[in-house]
Design a protein around this ligand. Sequence first.
Ligand code: HSE
Length: 310
Amino acid sequence: MAKAIKVFAPASVANVAVGFDILGFALEKPGDEIIIREGKEPGLKITEIRGAQGKLPYDVMKNTAGYAAHRLLAHLGALDVPLEMEIHKKMPFGSGLGSSAASAVGGVFGVNEFLKTGLSKLDILRYAVEGEEIADGAFHADNVGPALLGGMVLIRDNETLDVKKLPIPRGLFAVVIYPHIEILTRESRGILKPEISFKSAITQTGNLAAFVAGMYTSDFELMGRSLRDVIVEPQRAHLIPNFYDVKEMALSQGCLGFSISGAGPSMFALCTDSMMAEEIGNRAAAIMKASKIETDIFLSPINLEGAYRF
Ligand code: HSE
């Protein structure tokens, strides 16, 4: 057995406008790196956390990466195996980029690879979702699914983790705009009304179904008409300064759709090529800068691989 291995787990965009809690795609970067090595005493220990400014717990049971790995070890009956975990956070917290999901995925995927359990990514998905659950209090795989499996993942049912990877049309490219403000998922979920109208349910269902049909048939026009969120975006947009200005600009550049990435504050646009994505990123950064808000711009095709060992 190797003495140590290193894995990467990517950022992801959840909801994708039309699939609250049930749709997400992975980015190529940023992402977290996790090292798993043989420990000196029985059990899993987190020995180092870098890039988290002291904000993440070393207690395995309170850490998303640690807890996800713990759940896998419990399933394997291997809680006594001596293991050490090092977490290198390479993406911001509370950004809407699936930071806690990336850590949870890295933790469980790293241990699964290290122990050569023979379990597939699909087999360990549940433990990664359980890891993320301790950060935001809800069980949903719209970040964890794509971060682990790669691609654009549709979750028919979160409880049973009935997931399906969608085909990715050639040329599909994402830009993510991360304004440097923090929104905690727990709070951003807390403001959502528990009920929606019959009319919005019909509109959103039509859009989601048509978006998925567009992905299967590489029909960019249909995808563009469908990427409209009438339920969650209107309730969260006020949390993000300049949201509607940036959205108007992005749509005027011809992107397929623009909305909030996960629980925000990041925003994303899906584009038909990388140049359009870059132009939208530059213009969005300028709009934010005029309000004295710094941004990071991430340009990425849809990451087809998800978590990997390197
Ligand atoms: N679907 C989740 C939300 C993603 O929007 O609250 C963030 O965890």
